[in-house]
Design a protein around this ligand. Sequence first.
Ligand code: FMN
Ligand code: SF4
Length: 512
Amino acid sequence: MRSKHKRPRSYGAGGPIAGTQEIAAIETALLSHGTARDGLLEILLDIRDRQGSVSQAGLQYIAERLRLTSAEVYEVATAFPAVNYGATVPYGNYTNNCCDLVCALLRGPADIDREMRPGVCGGRCDVPDSEPAPRSFETFRAAGGYTVVNRLQRMPTEKNQILQNIAGRNAVGRAGVGFPVHRKWQSLIATGGEPVVVVNADEGELATFKDRFILQSDPHGVLEAALVAASVTGAKQLFFYLRDDYADLHAIVRRAIDDTVAAGLTAGLDVHLRRSGGAYICGEETALIASLEGRPARPRERPPYPTERGLQGRPTLVHNVETLYRLRGAWGAVHEDAVPVSALLDPDMLLYSVSGRVRKPGPKLIRALPSLDALVRAAGGMREEEELGGVVIGGSAGTIVPASRCGVPLAELLASGLSLGTGSAVVFGKTDDIRWIAEKMAGFLARESCGQCAPCRIGTAKMARALAGGPLDRRLLDDLASVMSEASICGLGRSAGKFLARVTPILTEHER
Ligand SMILES: Cc1cc2nc3c(=O)[nH]c(=O)nc-3n(C[C@H](O)[C@H](O)[C@H](O)COP(=O)(O)O)c2cc1C
Ligand code: SF4
């Protein structure tokens, strides 16, 4: 195919010239995403899908077409692993696994280090036998789905009732921090600007796959809640920010959006499906917003909070998939046995992502979990001939709980400062080395640090080195923990500090 467009006249002194095929690929991507900067990541991902990655000459061509400097485009291309810039092998391997904790635990460290590229994780820690079929638009509607959206279109006064119901349910965010939902919505509304709503489906936290499970099972449930959020807050734009590595979910979410648009449920609202760039930091809300604007995913200091000043300076409501899904109870949706995930409408029901050395890894819906031992039992118990060594709970915001503490009532562990984070639980065995597990967690954080601030960039690297071998240097670990948790710009560095502070005594005890 020949491009209708002329080659840009100047690439800078001596710059390489993009080939005809690449220009055609770029022009096709521009047709879909336009020439404004905010489409840059999508353009680069489209080109990756067509030809593996963009070339240096291609970057320059894009820069010219988007009226950016080559340095600006280069900065974005190199900030997102999923763009695959400069790589010689194709990005992603969705049938295989990644090289992080769970895959390394199950496949063996030597095997992983030899074979796999880091950072490509399809959220397959649960190794499912079969995937749930997504509830269709027709079935969802037949069960009363989207009635609330129609009602809000006809009777805008219902918005206050919904806000009150959400406040009455004490709904809190499920991304880990647990901020009250109604306060977030109200602060957004109070700005008086034109808000934007973002569904955060990046799910980059280690060993977490709950959002994938929800979207796979009931995509319209999430979309319904997002449409309600947009309607109540007066948003004119809705972004669905979906993890690029969840390739199989893209068609499901695309179809769900198309169905609602065709049914007239999105009147007055622009709905966009956008892919993230393959890094854990992409899910941090200010970094997410930067990537939607076509800039590198780097968090920024707050305030101002995104609800005050977010995407393109507009008040922006970013919510986790599970947070939105659970809100449906606030407008009368009820649990249906045929849709197991809808049990989440019960506020006491929690969703855990259980992986590791258990017989039945996977998403587990559990009301009032008594202890971590019970969680292991809910996942079928330990695999043959393996004895429980402990559980890494809550990912990087959590800690490692050794087997001796897994029988302690969960309420007691929570009261002593345990955080369930996103509800991930990696179960390991007696023969697994707890120090290696901590080192693997540190390695993940060091790799995923965006490098913008020194406490996190240097701290996570030092933490990984300090845990890698030799006697534990307790003073160094304590110093690193306090510097990272107190001086990092965003939650990644702060969580790394807290994780280190929690695991250092456990590792010290283990070494004795
Ligand atoms: C390093 C990092 C990664 C994050 N990744 C995600 C993510 O993948 N999905 C998500 O919903 N929130 C993620 N968050 C939290 C978001 O910044 C934000 O708080 C969240 O989307 C708000 O959702 P909620 O109010 O529904 O809990 C991340 C935070 C940090 C610090
Ligand atoms: S804390 Fe880490 S991830 Fe966050 S801004 Fe600093 S360097 Fe980047």
